[in-house]
Write a protein that binds this ligand. Structure first.
Ligand code: PXG
Length: 301
C-alpha cells in the first residue's frame, strides 16, 4: 500500500508535523489508515490501548506505558505479536516520521480480523496500530480556575467482569459517565466503584489534599493505575509530601482543601467544584500548583 508514502525525517522536527500511522507494518497518513469491519476491536471492543505524550520530541515514560500495554493484553489473553524492544523502535520511528515535537501517541492492539462470532480463536493475527498526532483536552485557563465536576451515576464496571486495570477498548461506561457530566454542564465526572467509593475521572486519576497530606485511591479501588498518577506520587514524595493510597469517599473530596486530576493528556489539573461544593478556595491551590509545576519540569527534563 503506502510503505514509503511518508519519507523519514532526519530528527524530531520543530514544526507542526503530520499525523502519522503505523498499521501492521505499513506507514500511512491519517486518511489511508483503515481497518477491516471484521476486526474484533470494532465488532466487540476486543483489544487494548495506550496513550503517551511526547514533549520536545522526547517520549515520556514509553517503557512504563508499554509495560501496561503488554500487561493489559496478557490479562485479556491477547499476545502482542512483537517484542517490546521492537515496539519501542517502531514507536520512536513513528514519532520521528511525524515531525510532531509535542505529540500524543496512541497504541492500539486488537484481537484482529475474525468472523462475526465472538470466538477469539477465529482471529489469527492481532491488529497493531500506532498513531502519532496531537491532543488538547482543556483550554489553558482551566489550569488556573479548575474543573467543574459532578459524580456520575454510571459506576466503573465491576472488577469481577473486567479489571479496571486493563486499558481495554471497552470505554462505554466511562463515555456514559462523561455524557452525564456533559448533560450536567460539568467539565469532568467522578466515577465511583461498584461499592460507591471514589475511583477516578472518566479518563484521569483523582487526588485530594487535606492539611498538605495527599491521598489518592489505591490500585485495587477500581482504577486504571495511571502512569501520570505514579509519576506525581513519586514527585510528591521526593519533595517531602506525605502521600497515602487509601480508599476515598465523596465526603473526603467535598471537604478537601484541594483536589486535582492527573492523566497523560490533562497532566495535573485542579478541581474547582464537585457536585456544587466548592473545593477549598475554588482556584488551583498551592499543592496542586506546585505539583503541576514539578510535573511540567519532569516531562521536559
Ligand atoms: N483512568 C482512566 C480510566 C484513563 O483512561 C487515566 C486514568 C490516566 O492514566 P495515565 O496513564 O494517562 O496517567 C486514563 C487515561 C481522554 C482520554 O480523552 C483519557 C485516556 C485515554 C484516552 C483519552 O480523557 N486515558
Amino acid at each position: 500500500m503506502t510503505a514509503s508514502l511518508h519519507p523519514s525525517k532526519p530528527s524530531a522536527a520543530k514544526g507542526p508535523g503530520v499525523p502519522t500511522v503505523w498499521l501492521d507494518g505499513e506507514w500511512h497518513e491519517r486518511g489511508t489508515a483503515v481497518v477491516s469491519v471484521y476486526d474484533h476491536g470494532l465488532l466487540y471492543g476486543d483489544g487494548v490501548f495506550e496513550g503517551i505524550r511526547v514533549y520536545g520530541g522526547k517520549i515520556f515514560r514509553l517503557s512504563e506505558h508499554l509495560d501496561r500495554l503488554y500487561d493489559s493484553a496478557h490479562a485479556i489473553w491477547l499476545t502482542i505479536p512483537m517484542a517490546k524492544a521492537e515496539l519501542v523502535a517502531i514507536t520512536e520511528e513513528a514519532v520521528r516520521r511525524s515531525g510532531i515535537a509535542e505529540a500524543y501517541i496512541r497504541h492500539i492492539v486488537t484481537r484482529g480480523v475474525g468472523d462475526l462470532g465472538l470466538d477469539p480463536r477465529k482471529c489469527p493475527k492481532p491488529t497493531v496500530i500506532i498513531i502519532v498526532d496531537t491532543i488538547k483536552l482543556w483550554p489553558e485557563e482551566v489550569y488556573e480556575t479548575g474543573l467543574k465536576v459532578v459524580t456520575a451515576g454510571t459506576p466503573i464496571p465491576q472488577r469481577e467482569a473486567l479489571s479496571p486495570r486493563v486499558k481495554s477498548l471497552n470505554y462505554l461506561a466511562h463515555i456514559l459517565a462523561k455524557v452525564e457530566g456533559i448533560q450536567a454542564g460539568a467539565d469532568e465526572v467522578i466515577m465511583l466503584d461498584s461499592s460507591g467509593y471514589v475511583a477516578e475521572g472518566s479518563g484521569q486519576n483523582i487526588f485530594v489534599v487535606k492539611q498538605r497530606q495527599i491521598r489518592t485511591p489505591p490500585a485495587y479501588a477500581g482504577i486504571l493505575k495511571g502512569v501520570t498518577r505514579d509519576a506525581v506520587i513519586e514527585l510528591a514524595r521526593e519533595h517531602g509530601y506525605h502521600v497515602e493510597e487509601s480508599i476515598l469517599n465523596r465526603y473526603d473530596v467535598y471537604t478537601a482543601d484541594e483536589a486535582f486530576f492527573t492523566g497523560t493528556a490533562s497532566e495535573v489539573v485542579a478541581i474547582r467544584q464537585v457536585d456544587g461544593r466548592l473545593i477549598g478556595s475554588g482556584n488551583s491551590g498551592p499543592v496542586t500548583r506546585d505539583l503541576r509545576a514539578r510535573y511540567q519540569a519532569l516531562v521536559r527534563s
